[in-house]
Structures are given as structure tokens and as C-alpha cells.
Design a protein around this ligand. Sequence first.
Ligand code: 4NP
Length: 158
Amino acid sequence: MKFLMVCLGNICRSPLAEGILQHKARAAGLDWTVESAGTNGYHTGEAPHRLSQKVAKINGIDICNQRARNFTAADFDRYDKIYALAEDVLHEIRRIAGNKYDPSKVTLLMNEAFPGKNLDVPDPWYGEEPGYHDVFQQISEACDAIIVKYGVKMPAGS
Ligand code: 4NP
């Protein structure tokens, strides 16, 4: 399966989401593609925020080689599932996608852990390091739920 994690800048939250889901999928033996993008384009080409890199590294995940890119309408053709890290991001995804928008492919990330609650992963951009640790834990919980939901392997011979 191919997953895309989307936030505003693609430097704080979605790089963590990419790294965390990739890490969990690999550990579970799943051959998944996980990538990320941002809707505002302010940081295109940049590496993840130093605190996202730091918190990922503390948790055994290296995200330093990621580079920010813009979300585009064509991403609806490239991915099976697109996760918005927050409600404002979801609105931007809908606006940018235009007639490519496919609601069956898009979900708020935290709805995987807490269905129907429509929770945002808060933007840590204006805050300090503890905010990045909180964001890591929230995303990690959602990614655990994604692994359970989509990672089921059929028993051999079935
Ligand atoms: P992110 O955080 O969406 O989690 O990458 C942000 C980073 C930068 C900006 C906004 C959010 N910005 O406006 O520059």
C-alpha cells in the first residue's frame, strides 16, 4: 500500500508521521510506501525541523534525509490513503485537489486511533521541545492503529 502524510509545512508533523509509519511497517514486515507532503509550500526543499529530527532520533528513527515537498492534486492518483494531520490541512487538501478530491482516500490521521473524534495533531511550530514529544506520541498511537487495520496478512494457503 502507498500512504501519504500531509501537514501544512511538511517540516514538523508529517515528516514524523512518515518516519514513524515507515518504521512500524518495516518492523511488521510490511512492504509499504510511506511519504509526506505539505500544503503551504513555505518550506519546500527543506529538511525536517531540528526538533522533529531530534525527537525522532531519541525514538530510534532517522528522518534527516527527508525534504519538504508540496501536496498536489496528482497525489490522489499516486496514493491509496492520504492522512491529514489536522482539520485545516484537510480543507487545504480539498481545495488543492479540486475535482481530483476523493473522500474515500482521505482521513484525519487521529481518527485511526480515535474514530469519529476528529482530533487534530496540534502544530508544534510555534512551541518548544515538549510539544514535539507530545506530537510524536500522538502520531505513534495513530500509526499503531494503521498497522493493525491495514497490516493484516492472510495466512499462507488462504
Ligand atoms: P507543520 O508545521 O505543518 O507540522 O510542518 C508548520 C511549519 C511551518 C509553518 C506552519 C506549520 N509555517 O507557516 O511556516
